[in-house]
Design a protein around this ligand. Structure first.
Ligand SMILES: C[S@@+](CC[C@H](N)C(=O)[O-])C[C@H]1O[C@@H](n2cnc3c(N)ncnc32)[C@H](O)[C@@H]1O
Length: 310
């Protein structure tokens, strides 16, 4: 499959490129996806190289094809950005001019029903980005104790978590919940759509299963653990004056990044470039509704030393 069958519009694109204050050197795009942001960075400055990674081999293949015209200025690896401290030195890269993490999943993951991230068509309840990872969403939903599922949903801001988990527990007694539409149907019957909150934008109401699907995806792919490990270890690879930019897509993830950035700033080695997170304009949200919950935060390294504590 080529990237052309699906499209992904880079979120907060102009803001990200300008706030990374691109200078000559090697940039790490830890969530390269279809290579949209990387392409913009490569275009912004001829003196930079990109090394990117994606945990999903399919995305790494697409990014490789999409960035092939940049020759040796763009190199794509397959793996987790949380393992960059190991992956990059293996390729002879020991320092970075800057880092970009555009967290979450790509439009392709939602559009490709067989991956199980969306409920607009019937797909297997899978949600793994890395097919060798520990468990699928089906295993989580059917085999985990209700209180653990509830904890995951609550952590991701689902106010109806108790109600949803009770319905899952009841449904899974009679048959295994195997598909995305089966799970979405159970939630829809439990949490009537009028509970769906307004997005505050032109895109209208959110489906009552949206937060549950997001929470399951985050748990299946250890997304919060990766953010924590990734930012702490990548901070050690960034050169003086280099920046880390992170785009998040929901408040719990943004809070995590904000706190990690604050503790780096607290060491005296980093400074904040963004006070408040940068948000997309209404115009961007109209063009790309998936941008509606995006938030961008950026920090810059002042001098070396204290990061070794991580
Ligand atoms: C929002 S998309 C990035 C889109 C990209 N910026 C672009 O413009 O095409 C996020 C990507 O991160 C990947 N991803 C998620 N967790 C990852 C991890 N721990 N390590 C590497 N890639 C990851 C997903 O597979 C997905 O392709």
């Amino acid at each position: 499959m080529s990237g052309g069958e699906f499209s992904h519009i880079p979120v907060l694109a102009g803001e990200t490129v300008s706030m990374l204050a691109v200078r000559d050197g090697v940039y790490f795009d830890g969530t390269i996806g279809m290579g949209g942001h990387s392409r913009l960075l490569l275009e912004a400055r001829p003196g930079i190289k990109i090394v990117g990674t994606d945990i999903d081999p399919e995305m790494a293949t697409i990014a490789t094809a999409n960035l092939a015209s940049y020759g040796d200025r763009a190199k794509v690896l397959c793996g987790s950005y949380a393992e960059a401290y190991r992956l990059l030195p293996e390729k002879g890269i020991n320092s970075l001019a800057g880092v970009l993490l555009d967290l979450g999943v790509s439009s392709l993951h939602y559009d490709k029903i067989s991956r199980g991230f969306a409920f607009k068509g019937e797909g297997p309840l899978d949600m793994r980005l890395d097919l060798s990872s520990r468990f699928t969403a089906e295993e989580l939903v059917n085999d985990w104790p209700g209180n653990q599922i509830e904890k995951i949903l609550r952590m991701c801001g689902e106010n109806n978590s108790r109600r949803i988990v009770k319905a899952i527990e009841k449904a899974r007694k009679s048959e295994r919940i195997k598909t995305t539409t089966q799970l979405a149907g159970i939630i829809e019957k439990t949490v009537p759509s009028f509970y769906g909150r307004r997005t505050g934008s032109s895109t209208g109401r959110v489906h009552p299963a949206t937060k549950t699907f997001m929470a399951l995806r985050i748990a299946v792919n250890s997304e919060f653990e990766n953010v924590e490990k990734g930012i702490k270890t990548l901070a050690g690879l960034v050169e003086e004056g280099g920046r880390i930019a992170v785009i998040t897509f929901h408040s719990a993830e943004d809070r995590l990044v904000k706190n990690l950035f604050s503790s780096l700033v607290g060491t005296g080695t980093w400074k904040k470039i963004t006070g408040k997170a940068v948000l997309p304009t209404e115009e961007e949200i109209k063009l790309n509704p998936r941008a509606r919950s995006a938030q961008l935060r950026v920090i810059e390294k002042n001098n070396r030393g204290i990061y070794e504590q991580f």
